[in-house]
Design a protein around this ligand. Structure first.
Ligand code: PEP
Ligand code: MG
Length: 303
């Protein structure tokens, strides 16, 4: 089976009826090594590694160099850079983070960035500068409300102003987006879509928060269900509201890289799936087996 799947690896993901699904990759550092004929976009560039590796906060130049390297390696394929998602299970050796009873419900990701203004602005400036070298867009993690989105945009505007003052180049039309991984933002996808250029569904956290089951705890694995009717209804709503407004919507959680749930996502309306590169062949092979109509029917049944 694995051998047969390999035939699909370097080809676009085309379904039996000709529908093309765009395939993205998730990367965790600039060291990635995936040939560009295997993917159409980098749907998730996790930037935590830069912060977790060193002995101190990475400076603007260090980050800029890393981000620019990714842009160059992607050879014109669009890249979604996600701003720092630290906290929760991930800590930094050199930075005192609050001890919390429930770190996954705590000062994580964008919440921490809002509190650490300089840290956030430094990363935004580095990302903006890399956008002068190719199609890079910025995505904010753990957004829970329209206020969060607006606040993040204010920080981005501030970073742009700082670069203008320094006369440094960046893409003035840079696209901004959000992760949809908190149920509260998924439920107002219609309103959120008006505020952003794109969104990507983080099904790992969305499942965890929707089902109140820790994604890391094997004791509650049976409660952590990304294909529950509740989850599928919510996903269907998000795809519909973004598609209606012609706003880009993709999925970058593990659901996108699992052939069975990838089928469900397409049936619910997804046309862009981003995954770890090891899952590309399996997902492409599975999608080639069926038509869009069949997957729509499959999703309908599940709903
Ligand atoms: C997710 O939550 O689905 C996601 C892609 O982000 P992370 O796994 O980095 O939390
Ligand atoms: Mg997440």
């Amino acid at each position: 089976k694995k051998e047969a799947e390999k035939n699909f690896l370097n080809k676009p993901a085309i379904m039996k009826d000709g529908t093309e699904i765009k395939i993205g990759i998730n990367i965790g550092s600039q060291e990635f090594d995936v040939p560009t004929d295997r993917y159409d976009f980098i749907g998730l560039f996790r930037t935590e590694f830069l912060y977790m590796e060193g002995k101190e906060l990475p400076g603007e130049e260090t980050q800029f160099e890393a981000y620019r390297q990714v842009v160059q390696k992607a050879k014109g394929n669009p890249i979604t850079l996600r701003t720092l998602d630290i906290g929760g299970d991930k800590t930094l050796p050199y930075m005192e983070l609050p001890k919390e009873d429930n770190p996954f419900l705590g000062k994580r990701a964008i919440r921490l960035c809002f509190a650490e203004k300089e840290l956030f602005l430094t990363q935004l400036r580095a990302a903006l500068r890399a956008s002068a070298y190719g199609p890079l867009q910025i995505m904010f993690p753990m957004v829970g409300s329209l206020e969060d989105i607006r606040k993040a945009k204010e920080y981005l505007n501030l970073a742009k102003e700082q670069l203008k003052e320094r006369k440094q180049q960046f893409d003035e039309q840079i696209r901004i987006g959000i992760m949809i991984e908190i149920p509260a933002i998924a439920l107002i996808a219609d309103l959120a879509a008006e505020e952003v250029d794109f969104a990507s569904i983080g099904s790992n956290d969305l499942t965890q928060y929707l089902s109140a089951a820790d994604r890391m705890n094997p004791e509650v694995a049976a409660y952590y269900k990304s294909d529950s009717t509740a989850m599928l209804r919510l996903l269907g709503f998000v795809f519909r509201e973004f598609s209606k407004r012609e706003k880009e919507i993709s999925v970058c959680g593990e659901m996108a890289g699992n052939p069975e749930t990838a089928q469900l996502l397409v049936g619910l309306g997804a046309r862009k799936l981003s995954m770890s590169s090891g899952n590309i062949a399996g997902v492409k092979a599975k999608l080639a087996e069926c038509t869009l109509q069949e997957l729509t029917a499959l999703a309908e049944k599940k709903l």
